[in-house]
Design a protein around this ligand. Sequence first.
Ligand SMILES: Nc1ncnc2c1ncn2[C@@H]1O[C@H](COP(=O)(O)OP(=O)(O)OP(=O)(O)O)[C@@H](O)[C@H]1O
Length: 259
Amino acid sequence: MSASGLDVDGVTLTAGTRHLVRDVSLTARPGEVIGLVGPNGSGKSSLLRAVYRVLRPAAGSVRVDGADAWSLPPRTLARTLAAVVQEQAADLDLTVREVVAMGRTPHKRLLAGDTAEDAELVDAALTAVDAAALAGRPFDRLSGGERRRVLIARALAQRPSLLVLDEPTNHLDVRHQLGVLGVLRRLPVTVLVALHDLNLAAYYCDRLYVLRDGGVVASGPPGEVLTAGLLREVYGVSAEVAVHPRTGAPQVTFLPGAD
Ligand SMILES: Nc1ncnc2c1ncn2[C@@H]1O[C@H](COP(=O)(O)OP(=O)(O)OP(=O)(O)O)[C@@H](O)[C@H]1O
């Protein structure tokens, strides 16, 4: 596995006459874990869609290792980038193992079967998300959190150098939230991840970009970005931020009713 650099430069995204994201720039150096945070509707998913090539920028560029992501052949992009998105459809009639094995497709010739290496990578991906015991189950009968973990395993089996994830911890219980983010943290790849949980973002990300109304309002290491003032300005909530004595990460405590 290797790590890619990502450069989002001046990206504007529109739907009809509406601006979803306006003039956003973001970089991820190889191996960094970059968190996208911000309120509902601030543009996180839209920005991720421009990176994994679903929503074409009206202006600006997305470059992966210097190459325009929107000009790369789809197969080349699929070998480089894996995405775990919110609206992933259920793949009916497939077992969990078959769903994860689909992650190997970009690396294969047409109609080629699974190699021993493919099988090993699928096993490793299932184990990484604590889903080995689900391997033989029909994918469409899994719980929301189990499905999420399996789709993350599929992205891991793809062996990308850039992983883009939209709320990967959605539906996951706390042990699996920590497990999945720990796996992402340890992978020798570049990660761009939208997260709502600011404490998880603070602990697992190297740098954060904070979006509001389709624009970046702050970026930098979590300890610099996550301040009580910013949380009030961006989310309209009262909070205290302290450095946790055990983890060394910023710890946000919300103070509802403190106004
Ligand atoms: N296809 C579309 N047509 C019109 N508006 C859209 C479209 N897609 C997104 N939007 C709007 O763009 C804004 C940004 O949406 P986006 O899904 O990127 O936000 P988000 O930060 O991911 O939100 P959440 O935290 O709720 O997932 C929202 O106001 C949304 O309603």
